[in-house]
Design a protein around this ligand. Structure first.
Ligand code: PRP
Ligand code: URA
Length: 209
């Protein structure tokens, strides 16, 4: 079990600040979510195994490293997780992409499942679940449970902003899942929104409000 990682980097902090600003428009917001996902992908893939190969450069033979081991799968939680996919694929273009559809019931804040389509070989893959917001942690915990039911054993979660409640809930429900987020915020408000947060991530990515 490893402790959740708050990835603290000046570029991430700067971009998260722009994301929080209520005057940031849809296009800029979407671009920032993608860029932050790329930066978090860099950190979350730091432990991928490599193997040595020999490559002929124009000058000589080089003993050098390439990725080895399990292939990758990304699983964005719909809708807002979709905003992170392209930024992740820019670094790991060969990853397969599954989708899990969940929304939070407005009164109970419990996740409601409405879609699940995962790569057929997900059990053999290293899986990275994507969702910008870890609020109560209900959606992320439910998504990880669904993925485990399909046989996957190596799962990570990448988010942009977490509330302490969500981080704790996901970590306790799935202690085997490595969690990476760019920022840990103060708390949840009475409506289950992260404070200070950035508002509704899905609405801000897709311009639906
Ligand atoms: C948001 C967000 C997460 C979830 C987090 O989705 O993208 O999936 O809430 O909250 P939780 O940690 O309390 O479960 P939402 O339910 O608003 O759906 P949407 O992405 O379709 O707008
Ligand atoms: N979902 C969001 O999009 N934002 C929050 O602050 C909490 C849940």
């Amino acid at each position: 079990m490893s402790e959740p990682m708050i990835v603290s980097h000046p570029l991430l902090q700067h971009k998260i600040s722009l994301l929080r600003d209520k005057s940031t428009g849809t296009k800029e917001f979407r671009d920032l979510v993608g860029e932050i996902a790329t930066l978090l992908c860099y950190e979350a893939t730091r432990d991928l195994p490599t193997e040595e190969v020999e490559i002929e450069t124009p000058i000589a033979v080089a003993k050098t490293k390439v990725l080895a081991g399990r292939k990758l799968a990304l699983v964005p939680i719909l809708r807002a997780g979709l905003g992170m996919v392209d930024g992740m694929l820019s670094l790991i273009p060969a990853a397969k992409v599954g989708h899990i559809g969940l929304y939070r019931d407005e009164t109970t804040l419990e996740p409601v499942e409405y879609y699940c389509k995962l790569p057929s070989d997900i059990a053999e893959r290293e899986v990275i679940v994507l969702d910008p917001m870890l609020a109560t942690g209900g959606s992320a915990s439910d998504a990880v449970a669904q993925i485990k039911k399909h046989g996957a054993k190596h799962i990570k979660f990448i988010g942009l902003i977490a509330a302490p409640e969500g981080l704790k809930a996901l970590h306790e429900a799935h202690p085997d899942v490595d969690i990476y987020v760019a920022q840990l915020d103060d708390k949840l408000n009475e409506n289950g929104y992260i404070v200070p947060g950035l508002g509704d991530a899905g609405d801000r990515i897709f311009g639906t409000k």
